[in-house]
Design a protein. Structure first.
Length: 313
């Protein structure tokens, strides 16, 4: 269910999307299948009003132009564009990535819809140059609404509400270690500063449970704190929109997530450690350490299925 759905969902509370998708999926569906018709209607009406073109013909052409432009963009972007590869890229350069993405999509729309605008203005002097300028103006107006619509359904709090630090800046109980599968498929054991060594897994106390944790994604956090220390609660979910959610009995939930048209990374395989630290997998191959009270985050390693162990595997 990678692509989209209906306008009605945007009226529903975000929590209702846990089983049927996310606001971004639904908002994108509405934009691709309904929004383009509305945008084309407005652009065609403006062209007919300002340049005396035929209303029905111009509106039909501009509706088609918007569908062509949107679907070309959907099939090609962000493909050739630089995109964030790690949480470090996101926190440090998020605004630059967003500006580049919006700028390139705007320019593509201007160029793709340029010949459609020219068709609508057959008797305009210097039609080629003038229609390019008109296309740029129309896209500038449309993009205000498109960006507000899509951004309103996106979530980027993982980029905007966290503080990136080195793993050395977050102190974790040294008795705990991390076991995970590296990107090359080998099994590694690491401390929480990123120092790792290749291991052959010895027989754990509960082989079936350990194998399940290491082999399969999990969205049910493992809490290693004492009951008396569990003031801040944590939850993850299947959708990137859900992210890493935290709350207490006295405060509302906070969500640290990243789901935008540019990047979507779900949080999984979370383990909560004494001291209110969370180790979790972000996206396909990032293992991160998050400090709940300070909102500091660090990238420990590139890999999958992190499992926290104490006193050896």
């Amino acid at each position: 269910m990678k692509r989209k759905a209906l306008l009605l969902s945007l009226i529903v509370a975000p929590g209702a999307f846990a089983d049927v998708g996310t606001p971004l999926i639904w908002a994108t569906f509405v934009y691709m299948f309904i929004g383009n018709a509305l945008i084309g209607l407005v652009e065609g009406w403006l062209l007919a009003r300002l340049f005396g073109a035929r209303h029905r013909f111009t509106i039909a052409i501009m509706m088609g132009a918007n569908y062509v432009s949107a679907w070309i963009g959907a099939m090609t972007l962000p493909g050739p564009l630089p995109t964030p590869q790690t949480i470090e890229d996101v926190v440090r350069c998020w605004l630059a990535y967003i500006v580049l993405f919006v700028g390139v999509t705007w320019l593509m729309s201007v160029l793709i819809e340029w010949p459609f605008v020219a068709v609508c203005l057959p008797r305009t002097p210097h039609r080629a140059i003038k229609s390019l300028g008109v296309s740029a103006v129309l896209q500038s107006i449309s993009y205000v609404f498109i960006v507000l619509w899509i951004y309103g359904a996106s979530v980027d709090s993982l980029a905007t509400e966290t503080v990136l630090v080195s793993p050395r800046d977050i102190r974790v109980d040294p008795h705990f270690e991390l076991v995970y599968i590296g990107r090359e498929g080998s099994t590694w054991k690491s401390d929480f500063q990123g120092r790792r060594r290749l291991i052959a897994i010895a027989a754990p106390s509960d082989p079936a449970k350990f194998h399940e944790l290491l082999m399969f994604p999990s969205f049910q956090p493992v809490d290693l704190r004492k009951e008396s220390e569990r003031e801040i609660l944590v939850r993850t979910g299947f959708w990137a929109f859900e992210g890493l959610r935290t709350w207490t009995q006295e405060t509302n939930a906070e969500r640290f997530a990243l789901e935008t048209p540019l990047t979507k990374w779900a949080a999984s395989n979370a383990t909560i450690l004494p001291g209110d630290h969370v180790v979790f997998q972000l996206g396909l191959d990032q293992i991160c350490l998050f400090e709940l009270r300070t909102k500091r985050i660090a990238l420990i390693a590139r890999g999958q299925r992190p499992v926290v162990v104490k006193g050896g595997v």
